[in-house]
Design a protein. Structure first.
Ligand SMILES: C[S@@+](CC[C@H](N)C(=O)[O-])C[C@H]1O[C@@H](n2cnc3c(N)ncnc32)[C@H](O)[C@@H]1O
Length: 276
């Protein structure tokens, strides 16, 4: 695969430099206000996340989250009453997630581990979980299939696995190709990685077709596979915390925009179970 030779250190350094969603609020990082604003913005822009995670379904259950970032979903699993084990590669992100658990008094509900998920079982004790959840993470690791192999070790036949990986045949890929690549499709892998995140220059970003995703999860029964999410806002306004929709999406009827999202969205949302 294209990014196999990229070192995990490069990946870690990228996310340490700019943890995911760290600028979702300009309040003081680590304050309650900061975390509340980060969450509000995240779920406003990506309303499919709470639907997909289905936080309250996991009350009293054991949840393993891979790549927790600064802990927005992590805290919501804990808030819903789950016992969470959260793993993250970036020390900086993990520190913020830990601070969040402290601010909301969920330290006893969340265990944090600094680890490369490609080698998860060398750090996190192997035992079965009710839910293994990973949102927007596996495609940023040089060897996604290694993470899937690790995930298997934490599954029994009842474990639900929910992962979001980026979708190849998406509006976003087309937008990157023309906005940044001027149509240079032969450079597409590199262009996608460069421009997939809020900070430019992600060292690894794979995209998957539905068939490739199914192949990656070869040993799993796919319970559900959905496509969702097109970011419709003008970026120069969005970074100033204003939400103005770009003209071509503004003139589209809502149902057509929704059709586009569910067919050509950026997020491939997969729910699966290990074949027993
Ligand atoms: C786009 S962010 C998503 C964070 C979080 N899941 C969220 O939705 O806010 C990707 C995260 O994956 C983490 N990550 C990438 N490769 C990883 C690996 N091999 N092991 C653990 N975490 C990894 C990064 O450090 C980063 O925090």
């Amino acid at each position: 695969m294209f990014f196999q030779k990229v070192t995990i250190i490069k990946v870690r350094d990228f996310w340490d430099r700019r943890p995911c969603n760290i600028r979702h609020s300009n309040a003081k990082i680590g304050s309650k206000k900061y975390f509340d604003e980060v969450e509000k913005r995240k779920y406003f822009v990506e309303p499919h996340i709470p639907q997909f995670a289905d936080f309250y379904r996991w009350k009293g259950k054991k949840v393993l989250e891979i790549g927790c970032g600064i802990g927005t979903d992590t805290i919501n699993f804990a808030r819903a009453g789950a016992f969470v084990t959260a793993v993250e590669l970036s020390k900086k992100s993990l520190e913020i997630a830990k601070k969040r658990a402290k601010v909301f008094k969920f330290q006893s509900k969340i265990k944090f581990y600094l680890a490369n998920a490609e080698e998860l079982s060398t750090v996190v004790p192997v035992k079965p979980y009710d839910l293994i959840y990973s949102f927007g993470v596996i495609h940023h690791s040089p060897n996604p299939e290694k993470i899937i192999n690790e995930i298997k070790k934490y599954c029994n036949v009842n474990t639900v696995v929910k992962v979001m990986i980026y979708y190849r045949y998406s509006w976003k890929v087309l937008w990157i190709l023309f906005k940044y690549g001027k149509g240079a499709f032969w450079k597409l892998d590199r262009l996608i990685a460069e421009n997939s995140e809020a900070a430019t220059g992600s060292p690894v970003t794979y995209v998957f077709s539905k068939e490739e995703a199914i192949r990656l999860l070869n040993d799993f029964e796919i319970i559900d596979l959905k496509v969702d999410h097109i970011f419709p806002y003008i970026i120069s306004d969005y970074i100033k915390y204003k939400y103005k929709i770009v003209w071509y999406f503004r003139i589209l009827p809502k149902n057509i925009f929704r059709w586009l999202e569910t067919n050509f969205g950026w997020h491939l949302l997969i729910t699966a179970k290990l074949i027993g």
